[in-house]
Write a protein that binds this ligand. Structure first.
Ligand SMILES: Nc1ncnc2c1ncn2[C@@H]1O[C@H](COP(=O)(O)OP(=O)(O)OP(=O)(O)O)[C@@H](O)[C@H]1O
Ligand SMILES: [Mg+2]
Length: 302
């Protein structure tokens, strides 16, 4: 598998590791009124997922348990095919679980009526690796879509929210531009703004930086952190890159062959990886640190 490692220099890997070690969880303390566990925003209980088509049967998720705190950035990492997208898609019921439950603020989303589910989904924004913008619509029109779909008819309300969000993501001068005129990083900023239009409490990010270069990745991760702090939303972020986890996440779950094989604070998982899958994901960082030590300093051409 060709995994890109998002470091621009040898020493950056070591700096990221140090950053992960000093990162303090920044979860909010205000408890949810509905949640039976204070501060738990998303709870995944014994979730399994089996895909079947004809005689083919793929067990994509097995017995997943997670507690995601309100206001944290929670990372889910694993190699290709580990089940990350399947898991994140169960959180807004884009996929139904085969067993177990997903609870948001203590409510089992598996039993919601169609209307209640539609309402619930507006509380969850999602962004993707390839941005998923409509190329035939301008930035502003792309942003308007989720609110129109939610039944908002007041164009003034839509315009004002869109402009506020474009300002938040640093694209206030691009509202009438078509996506084909934007860079990858700008497209992802638009996608983030679009995901925030319905004022979600949770933002799901499926490989949101995987199509971007390291510098743009860094800028998008900073933006997500900024949004989390300004808007107080919970961010759940899927990636196959430990560099992304170390830069932004408070806690991480490592997936391997459909299971969560390890989870904990990022610093703890980086310092003492217990599972072979985690060690394999950390190996590129370790190799870069070793090379940096051999060189003694950052080479002039790096
Ligand atoms: N709609 C589907 N129908 C059948 N099998 C599926 C479906 N979606 C995913 N799978 C299978 O489930 C397993 C997990 O896939 P998933 O897309 O969740 O992995 P992933 O960790 O997101 O991988 P990647 O990093 O490549 O995106 C894989 O074996 C995949 O082939
Ligand atoms: Mg995926």
């Amino acid at each position: 598998m060709n995994q890109r490692v998002g470091f621009e220099s040898f020493t950056e890997a070591a700096e990221l590791l140090a950053l992960a070690e000093t990162r303090q969880p920044r979860v909010q303390t205000a408890p949810s009124r509905q949640s039976p566990l204070p501060n738990v925003h998303v709870e995944v209980r014994g979730v399994g997922k089996v895909y079947t088509s004809g005689r083919q049967r793929v067990e994509a998720l097995r017995n997943i348990d997670l507690n995601i705190q309100r206001g944290e950035i929670f990372g889910i990492i694993g190699r290709s095919g580990a089940g990350k997208s399947s898991l994140i898609r169960t959180l807004n019921r884009l996929e139904d679980v085969s067993e177990g439950q997903v609870l948001i603020d203590g409510t089992d989303i598996g039993v919601l009526s169609r209307d209640a589910l539609a309402k619930q989904r507006r509380r969850i924004g999602m962004i993707f690796q390839h941005f998923n913008l409509l190329n035939s619509k301008t930035v502003l029109q792309n942003l308007a879509l989720p609110m129109k779909a939610a039944g908002e008819k007041d164009a003034g309300v839509i315009l004002s929210r869109a402009r506020n969000l474009l300002q938040l993501v640093g694209l206030e001068d691009k509202e009438n531009v078509y996506p084909s005129r934007l860079s990858g990083g700008q497209k992802q900023r638009v996608a983030i703004a679009r995901a925030l239009m319905t004022k979600p409490e949770i933002l799901l990010c499926d490989e949101a930086t995987s199509a971007l270069d390291p510098e743009t990745t860094h800028a998008i991760l900073e933006l997500l952190d900024d949004i989390r702090q300004k808007l107080g939303i919970t961010v759940i972020l899927i990636t196959h890159e430990m560099a992304v986890i170390s830069e932004i996440c408070d806690r991480v779950a490592v997936m391997h062959e459909g299971e969560v094989v390890e989870q904990g604070d990022v610093a703890q998982v980086f310092r003492q990886p217990r599972h072979q899958a985690t060690r394999a994901l950390l190996a590129p960082i370790k190799r870069m640190i070793q090379r940096a030590e051999v060189f003694g300093h950052e080479p002039a051409y790096a």
